[in-house]
Design a binder for this molecule. Structure first.
Ligand code: PMP
Length: 382
């Protein structure tokens, strides 16, 4: 018998009550009951985004929300800065190119995080920059960007800060209002423990003003329509109502735990995973690692692609491998969403076992011990 364990940074495991809700007969998405559900989901999303701004509900994956943000806020002659430290920072640039938006990249080694001062220096040179486009957690490397510092730089300038929190929402701290972030985008299949198919965007007042001035074409992802419909508990077009119902259950969990505690839990799981990797003798990729996932460098003699495949086939344990230039070189272990401390222990013990099986000299139990010690230290009162 094989059990499956999913440690990818999206999709993430879905709590049972959300799965069961999706098995119920489908209902009309314009019913009075659907209005109540959508209003409740939108209110609870504000808690997760740590904002009073309206959160928009889109039918798309995360990339749709990113594209929507660009199309709604920018105009054809705008110039922006794109922080590129992995696949998803690059995606911001690709969307800019598709819309003919000129951008200045800040290119970093994959695994590194941006120095906010580099952004400030660039903005001093180009004060007419319309926006800085950043990720919160760069999922391809597990690196966290300090968007709080970035917001400190942008909030007193005429430059907007866009944050791709697709993977990090609900795992790494993101205080949209307190920090002064203008635009946050995310989606359903990561920290929000729901299937892929829902995108989210939140805009502050400055960002909404930009929406009114922007001239790029938009139709399906017209944020004004999404906002107006959302206020009535509705969506401009047929919503993915099944996923919205699942999301409501997932959000109930997040809201009853409380977003601050949810983030603390993720921080603890991440710390335990990092300490385990080091105890096994492995190196971390990211210099400033996120709570969302941990990227671990594999020794050169290990074929990372084959290892990830073997773990899935033989042990039912799915880690994510490296992407693009990191393909075969790292594994990524997500501790994201519906995850508890024992899940981390499974991820680590399976890693030790798998490495030993392929002949890597791993001190069996060292990672688990380090993780347990870290987790116990995280509960000093018990
Ligand atoms: N940005 C980040 C940081 C991501 O992790 C992902 C998905 N892994 C995306 C954007 C793209 O999201 P999607 O695949 O849902 O379109």
């Amino acid at each position: 018998m094989k059990k499956h364990f999913l440690f990818t940074p999206g999709p993430t495991p879905i709590p049972p009550e959300a799965l069961l809700a999706m098995a119920a007969p489908i209902d009309y998405h314009r019913s009075a009951e659907a209005v109540v559900i959508i209003k409740d989901v939108l209110a609870k999303l504000k808690h997760v985004f740590q904002t009073r701004n309206d959160v928009l509900l889109l039918t798309s994956s995360g990339t749709g929300a990113m594209e929507g943000a660009l199309a709604n806020l920018l105009s054809s002659k705008d110039r922006v800065i794109v922080i590129r430290s992995g696949k998803f920072g690059e995606r911001w640039g690709e969307i800019c190119s598709a819309y003919g938006i000129e951008f200045e990249p800040i290119d970093l080694e994959w695994g590194d995080s941006v120095h906010p001062q580099a952004v400030a220096d660039l903005l001093d040179k180009r004060p007419d920059t319309k926006a800085v486009l950043s990720t919160l957690c760069e999922t391809s490397t597990g690196a966290l960007h300090d968007v709080q510092q970035l917001a400190q730089i942008t909030r007193d300038r005429p430059t907007l800060l866009f944050v791709d929190a697709v993977s990090a929402l609900g795992a790494d701290d993101l205080q949209m209002d307190n920090w002064g972030i203008d635009v946050v985008v995310s989606c359903s299949q990561k920290g929000l423990m729901t299937p892929p198919g829902l995108g989210f965007a939140a805009l502050n007042n400055r960002a909404w003003e930009a929406v009114e001035q922007a001239n790029l074409p938009r139709f399906y992802f017209d944020f004004r329509k999404a906002r107006d419909a959302g206020l009535k508990g509705s969506t401009p077009y047929t919503p993915a109502i099944t996923f919205i119902i699942a999301l409501q259950h997932a959000l109930n969990r997040i809201c009853s735990e409380g977003i601050r505690d949810v983030i603390t839990r993720h921080a603890r799981l991440a710390e335990a995973t990092r300490s385990a990797a080091k105890a096994i003798g492995l190196e971390l990729l990211a210099s400033n690692p996120a709570n969302t996932l941990t990227s671990i460098r594999l020794p050169e003699k290990i074929d990372g692609k084959a290892f990830v495949e073997m773990m899935r086939k033989k042990h039912g344990v799915t880690y994510a491998g490296g992407q693009e230039k990191l393909s075969g070189k790292i594994i990524r272990i997500a501790h994201l969403g519906w995850m508890c401390e024992h899940d981390v222990i499974i991820a680590i013990s399976a890693l030790e076992r798998g490495l030993a099986e392929i002949g890597y000299d791993v001190p069996l139990g060292a990672g688990v011990t380090a993780a347990q010690e870290t987790l116990i230290k995280g509960h000093p009162t018990q």
